[in-house]
Ligand binder design. Structure first.
Ligand SMILES: [Zn+2]
Length: 49
């Protein structure tokens, strides 16, 4: 049980934002539709080297 190393931008996860309502969600898989409004989403994750 350790917390303090929680990084919301882990490289295996991507951040998606709904183009319609701007709801954001983090998923390891491609998200094709917003869970809130069903709108299209885009991947807004920033690649970090
Ligand atoms: Zn939406």
């Amino acid at each position: 049980m350790s917390h303090g190393l929680v990084d919301p931008y882990r490289p295996e996860e991507s951040v998606f934002e709904c183009l319609e309502c701007h709801h954001r969600l983090v998923s390891e898989e491609h998200v094709g539709a917003c869970p809130v409004c069903g709108g299209a989403t885009k991947n807004i994750a920033v690649a970090r080297e």
